[in-house]
Write a protein that binds this ligand. Structure first.
Ligand SMILES: *Cc1c(COP(=O)(O)O)cnc(C)c1O
Length: 493
């Protein structure tokens, strides 16, 4: 399957798209077409273990890779998960299911792709004859950073530099990042919010002087953000996996299918669900759940994307985003492949902070998606209700999705089975979860994790408790317009 930039016509292979990360014109690589799976294909998937399902999916999506080649990569990528099923589906009441994506080493769904990406990246570089070091630059709203640091740690021929918004991530997220080990890892706090960090990284990718300096050091840039095709492809796999399982167990049937509700920030996870739907998964409505940063809710309801609004810090920090990068890939579909149209929208977004789609496009958008948001108070209430009524402990990001899923059912009366995507371990955000459950905490995030464990008897992952005593190894802070310099300084430490 070849790929094109959302902003231009040049076609590239999957390995080239993965090594580049972002297209030279600033666009994202999107599939020219998608393969289609049949009912029988889903039955076959259900008979495989998770790594085989992933290898099978990626071989369908990425040209230049065979299933035989991908299988050992998938096995290695998912060898460090604390659950054999890797992405288990758990049943709740009232025809709701939870797809748990937080069983990887950094306790958030980013591991599903970022444990795989280094394998894809180094194999792609080999295929491309790329001998330079691949310098990964990544902006994080909290979870991508640690997952990238963990995934690329000491991977030969690569380095990784992570930028996170100073004061904009949870205590555990920050501790995870600043204690990262490995000779090739760099971490820097940015004086700004996530959008500033993300824009800063994107700017560096298009800055000839910076690229030249990196070149002189024998390095070529790539991205581990969800704009990288190598992030997106492994995410499609877990939707196909979940559908295959629910079909095989008779929990859903092929005709009625299921709705999928995703806690959304950069629109990467839910975009993967959209691709899974286009590949034949029996997915009906895609429910896009936002926190108080409700730019996507408004877009889905009005057809106007308007980032000019207050930025809210919430208890679901990985979704504190006003510029959802991956939406650009969906826009290409709304524009029926017209990259000039996507270019025009992105220019308007940059210059005026907003753009508007046509009525026909809006109809297409609302046919596929429902948008809703939950503020912190509603999210905590939902976390508490879920624990009280079903003894299911959930994190604030997933809590947003649970609440918006309920809103959807109330507003539409649509009782189709719903798959709610759970993106983080509750212990990664223990202080807020404890507060939601009125569990008393005396102390820091680690005390909160212990108190939460004592109150709920739900086991805290070792990875959280072990963090407490790990030494801080990264203390760099930079201004938002000094990120390039910070990258270069990192290499000379
Ligand atoms: C990254 C993240 C999200 C948002 O996912 P997108 O792909 O950016 O929409 C939601 N929840 C958690 C816990 C995350 O880490």
């Amino acid at each position: 399957m070849p790929f094109i930039s959302t902003r231009g016509a040049e076609q590239v292979s999957a390995p080239e798209a993965i090594v580049r990360g972002i297209a030279p014109d600033g666009g994202l690589y999107a599939p020219v077409s998608l393969p289609r799976l049949t009912k029988e294909d889903f039955a076959a998937l259900a008979g495989m273990d998770y790594a085989s399902r992933a290898a099978h999916t990626l071989a369908l999506l990425l040209d230049g890779f065979t299933e035989e080649e991908l299988l050992p990569m998938a096995r290695a990528a998912y060898s460090r998960f604390d659950c054999d099923k890797i992405a288990p589906v758990k049943a709740l009441e009232r025809n709701r299911y939870v797809l748990e994506l937080f069983h990887g080493p950094t306790l958030a769904f980013k591991d599903m792709a970022l444990q795989f990406l280094p394998w894809l990246m180094t194999a792609s570089a080999r295929k491309q004859g790329e001998n330079r070091e691949i310098a990964i630059l990544t902006a994080t709203s909290g979870d991508t950073g640690k997952a990238a640091l963990e995934g690329f740690q000491d991977v030969p021929g690569t380095s990784v530099t992570v930028f996170y918004p100073q004061g904009g991530v949870s205590a555990v997220q920050e501790k995870q990042m600043v204690t990262s080990q490995g000779k090739n890892v760099h971490v820097c706090a940015v004086k700004g919010n996530f959008d500033d960090a993300q824009t800063g990284v994107k700017t560096l990718f298009g800055d000839p002087a910076f690229i030249e300096k990196m070149n002189a050091l024998g390095k070529t840039l790539s991205s581990a953000n969800s704009i990288n095709l190598g992030r997106l492809a492994p995410q499609v796999a877990y939707y196909l996996s979940a559908c295959a399982e629910l079909l095989a167990q008779g929990n859903i049937n092929w005709e009625t299918g299921l709705n999928v509700c995703v806690p959304t920030g950069n629109f990467g996870n839910i975009l993967a669900a959209w691709y899974a739907k286009r590949m034949g998964a029996p997915i009906k409505k895609l429910i896009c759940a936002s926190n108080r940063n409700d730019v996507l809710t408004d877009f889905i309801r009005t057809g106007i994307y308007d980032r000019v609004r207050p930025f809210h810090k919430t208890i679901s920090p990985s979704m504190d985003i006003l510029i959802s990068s991956n939406l650009e890939r969906f826009l290409l579909e709304l524009a029926q492949g017209d990259t000039a149209q996507v270019n025009a929208w992105m220019k308007e977004l940059k210059e005026q902070g907003r753009y508007e789609i046509t009525d026909a496009q809006k109809a297409q958008l609302t046919d596929a998606f429902f948008g809703g948001f939950a503020d912190d108070e509603a999210t905590k209430k939902e976390i508490a209700a879920l624990w009280r009524e079903e003894h299911y402990l959930t994190d604030p990001h997933t809590g947003v999705a649970m609440e918006v899923g309920e809103q959807y059912r109330r507003e539409t009366g649509d009782e189709t089975p719903m798959l709610i995507v759970s993106t983080a371990s509750p212990y990664k955000f223990a202080a807020d979860v404890a507060q939601a459950l009125s569990v008393e905490v005396n102390g820091d995030a680690f005390a909160a994790a212990q108190a939460l464990e004592a109150a709920t008897q739900v086991k805290a992952p070792k990875a959280v408790l072990a963090l407490k005593d790990m030494p801080v190894l990264h203390t760099r802070v930079c201004e938002k317009d000094q990120m390039g310099q910070a990258v270069l300084e990192g290499f000379s430490d």
